[in-house]
Design a protein around this ligand. Structure first.
Ligand code: FE
Ligand code: FE
Ligand code: ZN
Length: 276
């Protein structure tokens, strides 16, 4: 089972791998730069190589990097869009230091322009940024539908994918809190939800899971993550998720409100709940 949490990137790449091991993880997520945006640190290739060696030695699954929250490829303001595009292109270049891993981003917020306009802008940005030689798969994250978020339904993600030329570089990261808040009942109808995902997007696109419980009821469109087993999803539903044949081989990334000790405990608990 590949499971991990978000890890701070402030001490470099090898440090992230060591921290993951401390938590009992064998994958992890990290922000490619400050989550609120800004300049990324210079990459030290020797440091990256140490992480790659550590990952190989400890049989890590794929990493799921996360774009900064300030990246909004469908912002109404042109300067926000161009700033977002610069970050996106720079991140894609940097990701290739870690060949073959994942880069997850929030599709964007259309800020009143309408979902369709947002979808077109996001696809246009992807068409400008994705390149043939990249080894990174870019993941669209399923969103809770708070505010004017694009990606609130499987159909919206499908529309984006349909408009992108290099769509073999695209996948989806399914956030369990977000889709629950978005109205997909993964507690009582997990199979139906996954069938719907398969019909609309295709399960072959599903590359990673953000494993979170939710503070809010089904369809709340809120996006408040809860600790595993302590929210509206509950431990039984989460146990079914981590053992589901369509999901069990994917990297599970915890984004629950926890400190290091909390993550260590959640990872250990989930490993116990995993039936091999
Ligand atoms: Fe996210
Ligand atoms: Fe998430
Ligand atoms: Zn969230």
């Amino acid at each position: 089972m590949y499971i991990g949490s978000h890890i701070s990137a402030s001490k470099g790449f090898e440090a992230m791998g060591k921290q993951a091991l401390k938590l009992g993880a064998n994958t992890f997520a990290f922000f490619t730069r400050n989550p609120r945006g800004g300049k990324a640190k210079e990459i030290d290739p020797a440091d990256v190589d140490k992480l790659l060696a550590l990952m190989e030695e400890h049989h890590f699954g794929k990493l799921v990097a996360h774009a900064p929250y300030t990246m909004n490829l469908c912002a109404a303001k042109e300067n926000v869009r161009s700033f977002s595009m610069e970050m996106f292109q720079d991140d894609l270049k940097r990701m290739d230091y870690l060949p073959g891993n994942y880069y997850n981003f929030h599709p964007g917020s259309h800020v009143g322009q309408g979902a369709e306009q947002g979808i077109e802008m996001i696809a246009e940005a992807l068409n400008g940024a994705l390149f043939e030689e990249q080894t990174t798969t870019v993941l669209l994250e399923t969103m809770a539908g708070k505010g004017s978020e694009v990606g609130r339904s499987f159909e919206e993600l499908r529309r984006i994918i349909d408009l992108v030329d290099l769509d073999d570089k695209l996948g989806v990261c399914l956030d369990t809190c977000h889709i629950w808040d978005g109205g997909y009942d993964v507690v009582d109808h997990l199979d139906d939800v996954l069938n719907e995902f398969d019909q609309v997007i295709g399960l072959d696109r599903l590359k990673a899971i953000h494993l979170n419980d939710s503070m809010n009821p089904l369809g709340a469109h809120k996006d408040r993550h809860e600790k595993i087993g302590q929210g509206h999803l509950g431990l039984e539903a989460i146990t079914r998720i981590i053992n589901h044949p369509a999901l069990k081989e994917l990297p599970f990334i915890l984004e629950t409100p926890n400190d290091d000790e909390g993550y260590t405990n959640e990872i250990a608990m989930l490993r116990k709940l995993r039936k091999e």
